[in-house]
Structure formats: structure tokens, C-alpha cells
Design a protein around this ligand. Structure first.
Ligand SMILES: [Zn+2]
Length: 172
């Protein structure tokens, strides 16, 4: 997904960037993500002059995940706003964007894919729930109880414990 400054600068109107990126490797370390569709880019690049280019639009992807409370399969559709400015510079570190105003890149072109992928990874839900009312795994059902020993469930226990402890004191 190379983006050429000259190509964008000489384009009649906004320069479209429509690609489908394979992002499955990016969620390899997420056991709760069971499948991911390609990351679709619907972006346009616009030359702002003086080697500055804006890239804006949306990134979309579908994720098959497991609910963090009850482990039921669920689906998440991601729609991510992408908005970056890139500036062509002659050498690395020569110019830096102030307050993230723009990203300095060297050469006639650069690969836009890593910036899309980075944003995607940031937007994969950390602890998705199948519904707001999800009660988690009912202790009475028992059959999945053994999975309750992973880190995430331990965290839940820690959150609840102080409150329960407080209630115990209250009823003394
Ligand atoms: Zn659930």
C-alpha cells in the first residue's frame, strides 16, 4: 500500500485508497479473537502542498470474539476513524511534527498499511461482553467453571471482593 506524494499531488481531486489488509496475525496473541475479516480501508489522500498530505476516512473490520464474561461466541464490527497528516522530509529526524501535527516520512512514497494496522490493534475491544446484561458463567451450571482461573476472572474477583467484605461487616 505504497502512497506516492507525487501521485497524490497530481491527482484530480482526492486520491482514493481502498484496500483489504490481512490483519489476522495482529490478533494472534488474543485467544478471545477466533476470526477476523480483512481490514477494509476507505480512505482518501489529499495533497495540502509543501510536501504535506492528509489521509482521512474509515477502517472497518469484523471480529469473531468470545465474551469476556460468559465465553459465548459474539461478533464485533469495528468502524475506526482514520485521520493523519504525513509530511515528506529529506532525512529522518529533520522535521518532526509538533504535538503529533503530522508524521514525518522520508522518500517519494511510504507504506500506509502499518498506520492502519496500528490503529486497528488499538481498537480491538479489550474485554468485550455479549450484552450489557451478561451475567457471566453461572456457578450453578458448573461446566465451564474451570476456565474461571484465568487472569481476567481473577481481576473480576478482586473488584468484587472488597464490596462483599464491606457487606459482611455491615451485617455483623
Ligand atoms: Zn456474555
Amino acid at each position: 500500500m505504497q502512497l506516492f506524494f507525487r501521485k497524490v499531488a497530481t491527482s484530480d481531486g482526492p486520491f482514493p485508497i481502498r484496500e483489504a489488509l490481512n490483519v489476522s496475525e495482529l490478533v494472534d496473541d488474543r485467544p478471545d479473537v477466533t476470526a477476523v475479516s480483512p481490514l477494509e480501508t476507505d480512505l482518501v489522500a489529499v495533497s495540502l502542498g509543501q510536501g504535506l498530505m492528509s489521509v482521512e476516512g474509515t477502517l472497518t473490520a469484523g471480529l469473531d470474539m468470545l465474551c469476556s464474561r460468559c465465553l459465548s461466541p459474539m461478533h464485533e464490527d469495528l468502524k475506526i476513524e482514520f485521520r493523519e497528516r504525513f509530511k515528506q522530509t529529506s532525512s529522518v529526524g529533520e522535521e518532526e511534527g509538533e504535538d503529533g501535527e503530522f508524521i514525518a516520512v522520508t522518500g517519494d512514497s511510504f507504506d500506509i498499511a502499518p498506520y492502519c494496522e496500528e490503529l486497528f490493534v488499538l481498537h480491538v475491544p479489550f474485554a468485550p461482553v455479549c450484552s450489557e446484561n451478561c451475567q457471566g458463567i453461572a456457578p450453578a451450571a458448573g461446566q465451564n467453571w474451570s476456565v474461571g482461573s484465568d487472569d481476567r476472572d481473577d481481576d473480576d474477583t478482586k473488584k468484587i471482593d472488597p464490596r462483599l467484605a464491606g457487606l459482611k461487616d455491615f451485617f455483623k
